[in-house]
Design a protein around this ligand. Structure first.
Ligand code: GDP
Length: 224
């Protein structure tokens, strides 16, 4: 692959827990090109981010729902080993996980305010990467999130992670059976991937597709 994510340039920029503060950043960056990661807690969102953007950039944890902030990171890309300095930096957003029942009303109110600010105001040059657990795909909260996302106009990728955990033939064939159903149900989803952040399966393909998305957005903006 000629292009790759320059992992050494991945930098944590801001942790936003306050919708007003987030709104301000979004206003200052109306043409930001980037991608955001969202999924139920514990599906391997942090692990996927780490495998794409460099070891331990996002915190992995065994405690579901610990991150209640939107974390903003910047990064650059490389071509044939050389960092492309002439291209503006890109951003990625680590969004707090959805679908855990044990948070207080106050916390879930703030979560909703943060998410509606984010999706309502983020640049349309943002790819949405939804991560689900391959063993438990399309849960109620995943469906609710997709219903919400459908109302916007973002290009979306769907990743089914933890495929290495599908040990039995029964589990694998259940997922295979689901593939055509998911493709039909998520017709508006641009691409579907099967990954293991742990074993690095499918990660190269996701990286390639992300870079192709970013460069396409850069060209679009330049031609405007
Ligand atoms: P997050 O809450 O979605 O950010 O999930 P984390 O990345 O913190 O991962 C939750 C747990 O799942 C951790 O114990 C990870 O080591 C594990 N995990 C993440 N991705 C994979 C994967 O592809 N395969 C396996 N077997 N475990 C994974």
């Amino acid at each position: 692959m000629a292009f790759e994510i320059a992992r050494e340039t991945s930098t944590f920029r801001y942790g936003m827990s306050n919708p007003e503060q987030l709104q301000e950043w979004l206003k200052e960056n109306p043409h930001a090109i980037g991608l955001s990661f969202v999924g139920r807690s514990n599906v391997g969102k942090s692990s996927t981010i780490n495998s794409l953007f460099g070891n331990k950039i996002a915190k992995t944890s065994k405690t579901p729902g610990r991150t209640r902030e939107i974390n903003i990171f910047s990064f650059k890309i490389k071509s044939d080993g050389k960092i492309l300095e002439e291209i503006p930096e890109f951003f990625f957003y680590d969004l707090p996980g959805y679908g855990h029942a044990e948070v207080s009303k106050e916390m879930s109110k703030n979560w909703e305010a943060l998410m509606s600010t984010f999706f309502g105001s983020i640049s349309l040059h943002t790819l949405m990467v939804n991560i689900q657990d391959a063993r438990h795909p399309n849960q109620k909260s995943d469906q609710e999130f997709h219903h919400f996302l459908k109302g916007f106009n973002f290009e979306t990728f769907l990743l089914f992670n933890k495929i290495d955990k599908l040990k039995t033939q029964k589990e694998r064939s259940a997922l295979n059976k689901l593939k055509p159903i998911l493709s039909k149900e998520f017709k508006w989803v641009r691409q579907i991937y099967f990954t293991s952040a742990e074993k690095k399966n499918g990660i190269d393909q996701v990286e390639e597709a992300i870079i192709s998305y970013l460069l396409r957005q850069r060209d679009l903006l330049e031609s405007m």
